[in-house]
Design a protein around this ligand. Structure first.
Ligand SMILES: Cc1cc2nc3c(=O)[nH]c(=O)nc-3n(C[C@H](O)[C@H](O)[C@H](O)COP(=O)(O)OP(=O)(O)OC[C@H]3O[C@@H](n4cnc5c(N)ncnc54)[C@H](O)[C@@H]3O)c2cc1C
Length: 379
């Protein structure tokens, strides 16, 4: 694996770092309090090229690759984890359209990259189908020159700001399970697509997560993305890449928790000296740093393999499970290091813990990642 960054990767990292510390970090606490993210900042993120990092330049993207993408998500998440969700899901949607879409569908990539079409939404989960998307029940029925979608979706990130939604629906009877699912490109505002009330979440409060309803929602025949009944493969390939992004998001949150813990432990005094001089605190900081670096190496390996066209599904699952669980532990320790103040909103440690907690759940829970890894270990 190549450990030195290329000029392009460094440029993307620098761009994301500069924007994140100047614009995102100062608003992160307010975004969390208000449950709202300023739309103009989303447009700015697009304008500096961060909404389509791994989409080809011909389609409006930066064409910078998966390593660059992971570096950017880490920088964004370090400043504001809610922003990292919005950026990573939009990148995943753009990449999926670029890879599986028709010529006409691929034109939407430009709108996502520039911010003109808003964000992208990845509409797979349902109230009774999360870890097991093969059991999803939303249907798409062919009716002349259209497809008609009916059903309920759950936990959809970005939907309030989305211009383009990738929606998975059943196009063959339920017993076909994963072999009877297709993917559709649905534009925001299509009649029959209704947005529900955003969930009142524990963390990531600046990133809206909501239920959607499709009622006789009619889309043209050419809204099908990829093969009819081949949508499950499209979803799984998208999620493999998405997991690199979630690993990077977890690393960014853990890095913020570590950096703030280091600063606090040098300042806070007990028994006549900074708490950083107590061995118990030093060991916590050392462990946080070891796990952070290990998480980054695993994530970079998965991204590096993806950039080279090598199989990376197992590596992405390993990166996701390790980085997200390490981030939850690191954020928990950060609260501990901050003592009573860590349990208040005066310091960001509690927000990092609430934000990190979601990363072991979405885009495949830790349990599902272990199933993917074990399958390959036992093969
Ligand atoms: C903040 C947030 C944002 C999200 N954004 C999106 C989005 O944009 N698009 C989207 O489609 N979805 C999204 N999701 C949904 C997310 O992907 C699902 O919540 C996740 O896949 C888990 O599904 P579930 O909630 O139905 O839990 P369940 O599948 O019901 O799982 C419950 C528990 O059982 C465990 N479990 C399930 N099956 C097994 C098994 N075979 N072996 C061992 N353990 C098992 C799980 O690991 C979990 O611990 C989001 C979720 C959250 C919280």
């Amino acid at each position: 694996m190549e450990l030195e960054l290329t000029e392009t990767q460094e440029l993307v990292q620098r761009t994301a770092r500069e924007f994140s510390s100047r614009v995102l970090a100062p608003i992160a606490a307010e975004v969390d309090e208000a449950d709202r993210f300023p739309p103009e900042v989303l447009r700015d993120l697009a304008q500096i090229g961060l909404m389509a990092i791994n989409v080809q330049p011909e389609l409006g993207g930066a064409g910078a690759g998966a390593v660059a993408y992971a570096l950017a998500i880490e920088e964004i998440a370090r400043a504001c984890a809610s922003a990292a969700v919005m950026v990573s899901v939009t990148n995943m949607v753009g990449e999926t359209i670029a890879r599986f879409g028709t010529e006409a569908q691929r034109r939407h990539c430009e709108g996502l990259a520039s911010g003109e079409r808003g964000l992208g939404s990845f509409v797979l989960s349902e109230p009774d189908a999360g870890s097991d998307p093969g059991s999803l029940r939303t249907t798409a029925r062919r009716d002349g020159a259209s497809w008609v979608l009916d059903g309920a979706k759950q936990w959809i990130s970005n939907a309030t700001h989305a211009g383009v939604l990738l929606v998975w629906a059943r196009t063959a009877p339920p017993e076909t399970r994963t072999r009877g699912i297709s993917c559709f490109l649905v534009e925001a505002g299509t009649p029959g697509l209704e947005l529900g009330r955003p969930e009142d979440k524990m963390g990531l409060r600046g990133s809206a997560t909501l239920p959607l309803r499709f009622e006789a929602c009619r889309v043209p025949a050419d809204a099908l993305v990829g093969e009819e009944n081949g949508g499950f493969t499209v979803a799984m390939m998208a999620l493999d890449g998405g997991r690199i992004g979630i690993g990077a998001q977890a690393i960014g949150i853990a890095r913020a928790a570590l950096e703030e813990s280091v600063a606090y432990s040098k300042e806070r005094q007990t028994f006549g000296r900074p708490i950083a001089e107590h061995q118990a605190v030093k060991w916590k900081l050392a462990d946080m740093r070891v796990h952070l670096d290990a998480a980054r190496l695993l994530t970079m390996r998965a991204a590096w393999r993806k950039d080279r066209g090598l199989p990376f599904s197992r590596e992405a699952a390993m990166a996701k499970v390790f980085a997200t669980e390490a981030a939850v532990r690191a954020c928990n320790e950060a609260v501990q290091i901050h003592g009573g103040y860590g349990y208040t909103r005066e310091y960001p440690a509690e927000r990092h813990l609430r934000d990190a907690r979601a990363t072991t759940i979405y885009e495949g829970t830790s349990e599902i990642q272990r199933i993917v890894i074990a399958r390959s270990v036992l093969a």
